[in-house]
Write a protein that binds this ligand. Structure first.
Ligand code: AMP
Length: 298
């Protein structure tokens, strides 16, 4: 396994790969089985896996956890070696963002809602670094976890809008035994907050069989409101049914694939999660009025 820190070395290594099929797994490190599942998928689909480790300052707000974000590089390199990664790209901030830098990517309206509303500039910063990584590594495919569903949607949008020649491959969410989505940030949680954090998945799972947006939202909120009552450190940001590609909010007239996406601040740790829903088309005698009425009385 090669560990590369400079852009120049990466360019040389990439040139040596020639026409090989390359899979890129962009990460911020502190690797866990969720990240490694992306590597496993990439290994099945390509000849060479490049995993980047870069804690990107552009995607953190001034009050966020950039400085304290975990950076266990040695441990990460061992995990990469074991997982069969061929190249780890671990640039410094000045390598990717020299002082003279001016131009960046703007996520547009998709970057302004939900995670983007709570974390202004987050998606612009994320897309800027992802585009740079795609340009440097020139992968055939790039892997993104469904846990960060709005990130996945934004990256897909960027690749379409800017005609980037790469296939974006989504990967299923990997969870802890109790259902909590694995995240490098879970290690920040105190034991009682870790306990409350389970509510996020319990809420989403409870709502996953619902076929209308309002019922899904209501079922999830019952669990989430209780979690907030039980632990004042559990503060819900949003739980909403959205279009998986645009993150437009859906209502009971909508049918087909949807996401129930939720975010909460648990102590000082921001957690996100989502579940896929299949909304049912309203039938003729299932008018909007009846459906809303049914929702109120149930
Ligand atoms: P991060 O290091 O948090 O930026 O994550 C790097 C990549 O791993 C992103 O595409 C994430 O969506 C993905 N990822 C993180 N946690 C999980 C998880 N629990 N299951 C699946 N993918 C994940």
């Amino acid at each position: 396994m090669k560990v590369i820190h400079s852009i120049h070395e990466l360019e040389l290594a990439r040139a040596q790969l020639g026409d090989a099929q390359v899979g890129l797994v962009p990460t911020m490190g502190a690797l866990h089985p969720g990240h490694l599942s992306l590597v496993e998928i990439a290994r099945k689909l390509t000849d060479v896996v490049v995993l980047s480790i870069f804690v990107n300052p552009l995607q953190f707000g001034p009050e966020e956890d950039y400085a304290r974000y975990p950076r266990p590089l040695q441990q990460d390199l061992e995990a990469c070696e074991k997982a069969g990664v061929e190249i780890v790209f671990n640039p410094g901030v000045n390598d990717l963002f020299p002082a003279a830098r001016q131009v960046s990517v703007q996520a547009g309206s998709l970057g302004a809602v939900f995670e983007g509303a709570s974390r202004p500039g987050h998606f612009d910063g994320m897309l800027t670094v992802v585009l740079k990584l795609l340009n440097l590594v020139q992968p055939t495919i790039a892997l993104f976890g469904r846990k960060d569903a709005q990130q996945l949607a934004s990256v897909k949008r960027m690749v379409t809008d800017l005609n980037v020649d790469v296939e974006i491959v989504p990967a299923p969410i990997v969870r802890e035994a109790d259902g909590l989505a694995m995240s490098s940030r879970n290690q920040y949680l105190s034991p009682p907050d870790r306990q409350s954090a389970q509510a996020l998945w319990r809420a989403l799972k409870a709502a996953s069989g619902e076929v209308t947006a309002s019922a899904a939202r209501r079922t999830a909120l019952e669990v989430l409101d209780q979690a907030a009552l039980d632990n004042p450190n559990f503060v819900l940001d949003y739980a909403e049914v959205v279009d998986p590609d645009t993150f437009a909010v859906l209502d009971d007239e909508d049918s087909g694939p949807a996401l129930l996406a939720a975010a909460a601040l648990v102590g000082t740790t921001r957690l996100i999660d989502n579940v896929e829903l299949t909304l049912a088309a309203p039938t003729e005698d299932d008018s909007a009025d009846n459906r809303v009425g049914a929702a109120r009385t149930s």
